[in-house]
Design a protein around this ligand. Structure first.
Ligand SMILES: Nc1ncnc2c1ncn2[C@@H]1O[C@H](COP(=O)(O)OP(=O)(O)OP(=O)(O)O)[C@@H](O)[C@H]1O
Length: 292
Protein backbone atom coordinates (compact mmCIF):
# COMPACT_ATOMS: atom_id res chain seq x y z
CA UNK A 1 0.00 0.00 0.00
CA UNK A 2 1.29 3.44 -0.91
CA UNK A 3 1.50 6.18 1.70
CA UNK A 4 -0.39 9.39 1.12
CA UNK A 5 1.20 12.81 1.43
CA UNK A 6 -0.41 15.93 2.87
CA UNK A 7 -2.03 16.80 -0.45
CA UNK A 8 -3.58 13.35 -0.61
CA UNK A 9 -1.44 12.54 -3.59
CA UNK A 10 0.16 9.12 -3.41
CA UNK A 11 3.88 9.21 -4.12
CA UNK A 12 6.66 6.63 -4.02
CA UNK A 13 8.83 9.13 -2.13
CA UNK A 14 6.41 9.46 0.78
CA UNK A 15 6.07 5.68 0.90
CA UNK A 16 9.85 5.47 1.26
CA UNK A 17 9.86 8.01 4.09
CA UNK A 18 7.47 5.83 6.12
CA UNK A 19 9.82 2.85 6.06
CA UNK A 20 12.13 2.39 9.01
CA UNK A 21 15.72 3.29 8.20
CA UNK A 22 18.16 0.45 7.64
CA UNK A 23 19.63 1.38 11.00
CA UNK A 24 16.33 0.98 12.82
CA UNK A 25 15.45 -2.14 10.89
CA UNK A 26 18.69 -3.94 11.63
CA UNK A 27 19.08 -2.66 15.17
CA UNK A 28 16.45 -5.06 16.43
CA UNK A 29 18.42 -8.03 15.25
CA UNK A 30 21.32 -7.37 17.64
CA UNK A 31 20.86 -9.57 20.71
CA UNK A 32 23.84 -8.07 22.55
CA UNK A 33 26.15 -11.00 21.84
CA UNK A 34 29.29 -9.97 19.98
CA UNK A 35 29.87 -12.08 16.88
CA UNK A 36 33.24 -13.06 15.43
CA UNK A 37 36.28 -13.43 17.68
CA UNK A 38 36.39 -10.83 20.43
CA UNK A 39 38.84 -12.93 22.47
CA UNK A 40 42.42 -13.75 21.57
CA UNK A 41 44.89 -16.56 22.30
CA UNK A 42 47.62 -14.00 22.92
CA UNK A 43 46.05 -11.04 24.72
CA UNK A 44 48.06 -8.03 25.85
CA UNK A 45 44.91 -6.52 27.34
CA UNK A 46 41.69 -8.30 28.30
CA UNK A 47 38.48 -6.44 29.01
CA UNK A 48 35.42 -8.16 30.44
CA UNK A 49 31.87 -7.03 31.05
CA UNK A 50 32.73 -3.36 30.56
CA UNK A 51 29.98 -0.79 31.16
CA UNK A 52 30.57 2.94 31.05
CA UNK A 53 28.20 5.70 32.15
CA UNK A 54 28.25 9.47 31.88
CA UNK A 55 25.99 10.32 34.81
CA UNK A 56 22.77 8.39 34.14
CA UNK A 57 23.51 7.86 30.48
CA UNK A 58 25.09 4.55 29.54
CA UNK A 59 27.68 4.83 26.76
CA UNK A 60 29.13 1.27 26.74
CA UNK A 61 27.19 -1.96 27.36
CA UNK A 62 28.72 -5.27 28.51
CA UNK A 63 31.75 -5.28 26.27
CA UNK A 64 34.17 -8.23 26.29
CA UNK A 65 37.29 -7.72 24.19
CA UNK A 66 40.92 -8.83 24.03
CA UNK A 67 43.63 -6.77 22.41
CA UNK A 68 46.26 -9.14 21.05
CA UNK A 69 49.98 -8.58 21.61
CA UNK A 70 51.84 -6.84 18.76
CA UNK A 71 48.72 -6.41 16.73
CA UNK A 72 46.81 -3.36 15.59
CA UNK A 73 43.13 -3.39 16.47
CA UNK A 74 40.89 -0.78 14.83
CA UNK A 75 37.70 0.39 16.53
CA UNK A 76 35.12 1.61 14.08
CA UNK A 77 31.44 2.56 14.13
CA UNK A 78 29.04 5.47 13.65
CA UNK A 79 29.60 8.75 15.48
CA UNK A 80 28.64 8.47 19.15
CA UNK A 81 28.82 4.65 19.26
CA UNK A 82 31.35 4.75 22.10
CA UNK A 83 34.67 3.99 20.38
CA UNK A 84 36.58 6.84 22.04
CA UNK A 85 34.92 6.19 25.40
CA UNK A 86 36.06 2.56 25.29
CA UNK A 87 39.56 3.50 24.13
CA UNK A 88 39.94 6.09 26.89
CA UNK A 89 39.09 3.44 29.50
CA UNK A 90 42.19 1.49 28.48
CA UNK A 91 44.56 3.91 30.22
CA UNK A 92 42.01 5.40 32.60
CA UNK A 93 41.82 8.66 30.70
CA UNK A 94 38.11 8.75 31.60
CA UNK A 95 39.12 9.18 35.26
CA UNK A 96 39.50 12.88 34.44
CA UNK A 97 35.77 13.16 33.56
CA UNK A 98 33.84 13.61 36.78
CA UNK A 99 30.51 12.26 35.52
CA UNK A 100 32.10 9.14 34.04
CA UNK A 101 31.92 5.79 35.85
CA UNK A 102 33.41 2.58 34.59
CA UNK A 103 32.68 -0.99 35.67
CA UNK A 104 34.13 -4.29 34.50
CA UNK A 105 37.55 -5.85 34.31
CA UNK A 106 40.57 -4.37 32.54
CA UNK A 107 43.62 -6.60 32.65
CA UNK A 108 47.01 -5.61 31.27
CA UNK A 109 49.38 -8.58 31.42
CA UNK A 110 47.47 -10.13 34.33
CA UNK A 111 47.38 -6.80 36.20
CA UNK A 112 44.08 -5.12 37.05
CA UNK A 113 44.56 -1.54 35.86
CA UNK A 114 41.53 -0.34 37.88
CA UNK A 115 42.90 -1.76 41.14
CA UNK A 116 42.62 0.94 43.85
CA UNK A 117 46.38 0.74 44.35
CA UNK A 118 47.15 1.21 40.66
CA UNK A 119 49.21 4.37 40.17
CA UNK A 120 47.99 6.25 37.08
CA UNK A 121 51.37 7.76 36.14
CA UNK A 122 53.20 4.47 35.42
CA UNK A 123 50.00 3.08 33.86
CA UNK A 124 49.89 5.92 31.32
CA UNK A 125 53.57 5.30 30.55
CA UNK A 126 52.78 1.63 29.83
CA UNK A 127 49.63 2.50 27.90
CA UNK A 128 50.36 5.70 26.00
CA UNK A 129 47.92 7.82 24.04
CA UNK A 130 48.08 9.83 20.83
CA UNK A 131 45.21 12.25 20.35
CA UNK A 132 43.20 13.44 17.37
CA UNK A 133 44.85 16.85 17.32
CA UNK A 134 48.64 16.93 17.62
CA UNK A 135 49.36 18.48 21.03
CA UNK A 136 53.11 19.04 21.45
CA UNK A 137 54.18 20.82 24.62
CA UNK A 138 55.26 24.45 24.12
CA UNK A 139 58.87 23.31 24.38
CA UNK A 140 61.65 22.34 22.00
CA UNK A 141 61.45 19.20 19.88
CA UNK A 142 64.13 17.67 22.13
CA UNK A 143 62.31 18.56 25.34
CA UNK A 144 59.02 17.21 24.03
CA UNK A 145 60.59 13.77 23.74
CA UNK A 146 62.92 14.03 26.75
CA UNK A 147 60.22 15.17 29.21
CA UNK A 148 58.65 11.74 29.84
CA UNK A 149 61.92 9.83 30.29
CA UNK A 150 63.09 12.56 32.69
CA UNK A 151 60.01 12.42 34.93
CA UNK A 152 60.01 8.62 34.88
CA UNK A 153 63.75 8.55 35.72
CA UNK A 154 64.61 6.53 32.61
CA UNK A 155 67.96 8.26 32.02
CA UNK A 156 70.62 9.12 34.57
CA UNK A 157 73.02 10.89 32.21
CA UNK A 158 72.57 13.40 29.41
CA UNK A 159 74.06 10.95 26.87
CA UNK A 160 71.37 8.39 27.79
CA UNK A 161 68.66 10.96 27.36
CA UNK A 162 70.11 12.02 24.00
CA UNK A 163 69.98 8.42 22.91
CA UNK A 164 66.36 7.93 23.99
CA UNK A 165 65.41 11.12 22.12
CA UNK A 166 67.17 10.00 18.95
CA UNK A 167 65.84 6.44 19.03
CA UNK A 168 62.28 7.65 19.69
CA UNK A 169 62.42 10.20 16.89
CA UNK A 170 63.85 7.54 14.55
CA UNK A 171 61.08 5.08 15.46
CA UNK A 172 58.54 7.83 14.81
CA UNK A 173 60.10 8.42 11.38
CA UNK A 174 60.97 12.03 12.24
CA UNK A 175 64.70 12.02 13.05
CA UNK A 176 65.99 12.91 9.57
CA UNK A 177 63.59 15.85 9.35
CA UNK A 178 64.42 17.37 12.74
CA UNK A 179 67.95 16.27 13.70
CA UNK A 180 69.37 19.71 12.81
CA UNK A 181 66.77 21.66 14.75
CA UNK A 182 66.20 19.69 17.91
CA UNK A 183 66.13 22.85 20.00
CA UNK A 184 63.49 24.63 17.91
CA UNK A 185 59.90 24.67 19.19
CA UNK A 186 57.86 21.52 18.55
CA UNK A 187 54.91 23.73 17.69
CA UNK A 188 56.87 25.07 14.69
CA UNK A 189 56.60 21.72 12.89
CA UNK A 190 53.92 20.89 10.30
CA UNK A 191 50.76 19.14 11.55
CA UNK A 192 51.96 15.73 10.35
CA UNK A 193 55.40 16.26 11.89
CA UNK A 194 53.79 17.38 15.15
CA UNK A 195 51.75 14.19 15.22
CA UNK A 196 54.91 12.12 14.67
CA UNK A 197 56.54 14.14 17.46
CA UNK A 198 53.64 13.18 19.73
CA UNK A 199 54.15 9.55 18.73
CA UNK A 200 57.90 9.92 19.53
CA UNK A 201 56.96 11.43 22.89
CA UNK A 202 54.74 8.46 23.62
CA UNK A 203 57.40 5.94 22.50
CA UNK A 204 60.12 7.61 24.61
CA UNK A 205 58.75 6.17 27.86
CA UNK A 206 58.80 2.62 26.42
CA UNK A 207 55.08 1.97 26.39
CA UNK A 208 53.71 -1.51 25.78
CA UNK A 209 50.41 -0.34 24.31
CA UNK A 210 49.75 2.80 22.25
CA UNK A 211 46.19 4.09 21.99
CA UNK A 212 45.44 6.33 19.02
CA UNK A 213 42.22 8.32 18.87
CA UNK A 214 41.69 9.33 15.23
CA UNK A 215 45.36 10.25 14.91
CA UNK A 216 45.09 11.35 11.28
CA UNK A 217 41.85 13.26 11.28
CA UNK A 218 43.63 16.64 11.36
CA UNK A 219 46.21 15.64 8.74
CA UNK A 220 46.47 15.86 4.96
CA UNK A 221 46.70 12.66 2.86
CA UNK A 222 50.52 12.67 2.67
CA UNK A 223 50.95 13.13 6.42
CA UNK A 224 48.24 10.48 6.94
CA UNK A 225 50.11 8.00 4.72
CA UNK A 226 53.27 8.55 6.79
CA UNK A 227 51.45 7.87 10.06
CA UNK A 228 49.86 4.75 8.56
CA UNK A 229 53.29 3.45 7.45
CA UNK A 230 54.57 4.19 10.91
CA UNK A 231 51.76 2.23 12.57
CA UNK A 232 52.74 -0.82 10.51
CA UNK A 233 56.34 -0.48 11.75
CA UNK A 234 55.39 0.25 15.35
CA UNK A 235 53.44 -2.95 15.80
CA UNK A 236 56.75 -4.86 15.73
CA UNK A 237 57.43 -3.40 19.17
CA UNK A 238 54.09 -2.24 20.50
CA UNK A 239 50.45 -3.23 20.72
CA UNK A 240 48.20 -0.62 19.11
CA UNK A 241 44.52 0.23 19.40
CA UNK A 242 43.27 2.86 16.99
CA UNK A 243 39.91 4.60 16.72
CA UNK A 244 39.22 5.75 13.21
CA UNK A 245 36.34 7.13 11.18
CA UNK A 246 38.03 5.98 8.02
CA UNK A 247 37.16 2.45 7.03
CA UNK A 248 39.92 2.59 4.41
CA UNK A 249 42.37 3.43 7.16
CA UNK A 250 41.11 0.61 9.37
CA UNK A 251 41.45 -1.76 6.41
CA UNK A 252 44.99 -0.56 5.65
CA UNK A 253 46.50 -0.50 9.13
CA UNK A 254 44.78 -3.03 11.34
CA UNK A 255 44.97 -6.77 11.89
CA UNK A 256 41.63 -6.96 13.71
CA UNK A 257 38.61 -4.69 13.56
CA UNK A 258 36.00 -4.14 16.25
CA UNK A 259 32.67 -2.70 15.14
CA UNK A 260 30.70 -0.74 17.78
CA UNK A 261 27.06 0.29 17.48
CA UNK A 262 25.15 2.35 20.07
CA UNK A 263 27.63 1.44 22.79
CA UNK A 264 27.60 -2.28 22.02
CA UNK A 265 30.37 -4.33 20.49
CA UNK A 266 28.66 -5.99 17.54
CA UNK A 267 31.49 -7.78 15.78
CA UNK A 268 35.21 -8.39 16.07
CA UNK A 269 37.11 -10.26 13.43
CA UNK A 270 40.21 -10.27 11.27
CA UNK A 271 40.09 -6.98 9.42
CA UNK A 272 39.98 -8.63 6.02
CA UNK A 273 37.01 -10.69 7.08
CA UNK A 274 35.14 -7.67 8.49
CA UNK A 275 35.52 -5.73 5.26
CA UNK A 276 34.92 -8.57 2.82
CA UNK A 277 32.52 -10.87 4.60
CA UNK A 278 31.07 -9.37 7.78
CA UNK A 279 29.09 -11.73 9.98
CA UNK A 280 26.54 -9.25 11.31
CA UNK A 281 24.00 -7.23 9.29
CA UNK A 282 24.83 -4.12 11.31
CA UNK A 283 28.50 -4.38 10.39
CA UNK A 284 27.58 -4.94 6.79
CA UNK A 285 25.20 -1.97 6.78
CA UNK A 286 27.95 0.25 8.15
CA UNK A 287 30.77 -0.86 5.90
CA UNK A 288 28.58 -0.62 2.82
CA UNK A 289 27.70 2.96 3.79
CA UNK A 290 24.02 2.36 4.55
CA UNK A 291 24.39 4.40 7.73
CA UNK A 292 26.97 6.11 9.86
N1 LIG B 1 32.34 13.80 28.51
C1 LIG B 1 31.13 13.32 28.20
N2 LIG B 1 30.05 13.62 28.92
C2 LIG B 1 28.81 13.13 28.62
N3 LIG B 1 28.58 12.29 27.57
C3 LIG B 1 29.63 11.97 26.81
C4 LIG B 1 30.96 12.44 27.06
N4 LIG B 1 31.80 11.93 26.12
C5 LIG B 1 31.03 11.16 25.32
N5 LIG B 1 29.75 11.17 25.72
C6 LIG B 1 28.61 10.47 25.11
O1 LIG B 1 28.92 9.07 25.10
C7 LIG B 1 28.54 8.47 23.85
C8 LIG B 1 29.76 7.87 23.17
O2 LIG B 1 30.61 8.94 22.81
P1 LIG B 1 32.05 8.68 22.17
O3 LIG B 1 32.73 10.00 22.02
O4 LIG B 1 32.75 7.64 22.94
O5 LIG B 1 31.64 8.08 20.74
P2 LIG B 1 32.51 7.91 19.45
O6 LIG B 1 32.04 6.66 18.80
O7 LIG B 1 33.96 8.00 19.75
O8 LIG B 1 32.03 9.19 18.62
P3 LIG B 1 32.77 10.05 17.52
O9 LIG B 1 33.08 9.11 16.41
O10 LIG B 1 31.75 11.08 17.14
O11 LIG B 1 34.00 10.62 18.17
C9 LIG B 1 27.88 9.59 23.05
O12 LIG B 1 26.49 9.52 23.23
C10 LIG B 1 28.45 10.85 23.65
O13 LIG B 1 27.55 11.94 23.53
Amino acid sequence: MQAVNQNNAATDDSAELKLPSDDQATQHKFDGKTVGHPLSDNPKMSMRNVNVFYGEKQAIFNVDLDIAQNQVIAMIGPSGCGKSTFLRCLNRMNDTIESCSVTGEFILDKQDIYHPKQDIVPLRARVGMVFQKPNPFPKSIYENVAYGPKIHGLASRRAELDEIVEVSLRKAGLWEEVKDRLHSPGTGLSGGQQQRLCIARSIAVSPEVILMDEPCSALDPIATAKIEELIAELKENFTIAIVTHSMQQAARVSDRTAYFHLGKLVEVNDTKRVFTNPEHDLTEAYITGRFG
